[in-house]
Ligand binder design. Sequence first.
Ligand SMILES: C[S@@+](CC[C@H](N)C(=O)[O-])C[C@H]1O[C@@H](n2cnc3c(N)ncnc32)[C@H](O)[C@@H]1O
Length: 470
Amino acid sequence: MARRRRNKIVEFIRLNNFATEGKALGRKEGKVYFVENGVPGDLVDVIVVKNRTDYAKAKIHRLIEPSPERIEPFCSHFEWCGGCKWQFLDYENQLKYKQQIVTDTLKRIGKLTLPEPLPIAGAKPTTYYRNKMEYSFSHTRWLTPQEIENEEIIEQEPALGMHVPGFYDKIVDIQHCYLQDDLANQIRNWVKSYALENDLSFFNIQQQEGLLRTMFIRNTTLNEWMIIMNFYEDEPKKIIELLSHLEQAFPQITSFHYVHNNKGNDTITDLPITCWKGKGYINEQLGDLTFKISPKSFFQTNSYQAKTLYDIVLKFANLKLSDVVYDLYSGTGTIGLYMAKYCKQVIGIESIEDAVLDAQINKNNNQINNATFYAGEVRSLFEEVVQKHGKADVIIVDPPRAGLHKTAVELLLQSNAPKIIYVSCNPATQARDLSLMEHQYDIKQYQPVDMFPHTYHIENVVELVLKEGE
Ligand SMILES: C[S@@+](CC[C@H](N)C(=O)[O-])C[C@H]1O[C@@H](n2cnc3c(N)ncnc32)[C@H](O)[C@@H]1O
């Protein structure tokens, strides 16, 4: 029988910085080690999980000397939950490192010439700030190695909670989460208790069976609440009873939805969602505008910081009333509508049709009459839309984590717009895209924004100006 090769252990590495994806890095004998859950200043032995000639990915095997920057995480689920991986740093240090990661990434991946960064816009509040959470049901909860070793657990217990990072099939049972308003904790815990008391089955991912699969909770600063229950099996009586009891228990919920998903993955954006009760959407307010959010619509997950982000975009855009502004990857139209009163015309392009319908409703509800939104892919629609509405004075792009498609970059370059504002939730793909534009655009200013305290995620806004003579 072939013997399993043990992962290599490398001793005495002093970690000295953070890289993208929140991993700490250290060097030994010419090799860079990216260490999960490490903090700059830690002295560690690591266990290598991926070995390459010039770098390795590793986990901490032994924490010999903890960094003076390490603090005690405040959440009891911290060790195993994928939610807030940076709770081991105080908030000031989180901001310091996020700022540094953005600059390092733009330089390392994009090889870009950069001005001095503007100081990162920190968040307030730093807990209970998310407006959307997805929780997963599992017929067995994740058992910690200590629990297994101590043989504390005899019976299998179901779970409703979050994934263990890197494991699509392991769910940490959550009792209290600091990410969304505490009512979300009450709703989630209530649903779990109801399911157990009424014998509703939790999803078994290996066997592909069970009624309850995932649940989304969305809320807004206007205190409107939405539930989207995702069922694997179709048991109408049990579903309606659950929703009816949930409605009685939580009058704060203003919009109830459910969906049947018996596909191989959890995504529900390609499935029809049924509105069981309520008006079918929730409203959010940013500045003096209100926005309608449907179950499938993207909305910035931290409403408090969304306003900060959009104010930075507005400042960078420095609009004139004669400007034609393109809002690409426009979601529910929030950025474009936020700009509308400062320019002549806003044109948005967004791939999700429901989000475009919301953008149109948002436009009407806010009595804005100089904005038009199109449903489709940026790379397929942009040229046609420009022919119709005219050349852009300012283009704002806010793509998903994967960044811009190469064709989209080419179209942006062809447009020769005097100014492009690139909003990104992934500095690595942003750096890649900016390097493709560097011959034609200078980076005038950039500012990171912390949308997600206690996580390593970071948003960055870059203002690009057309080089002279282009
Ligand atoms: C990061 S969100 C930005 C949304 C919006 N700007 C906001 O602030 O709420 C990215 C949006 O791009 C959309 N999207 C993804 N790929 C796209 C594509 N190829 N063409 C157009 N829109 C796309 C997504 O549906 C999502 O709404």
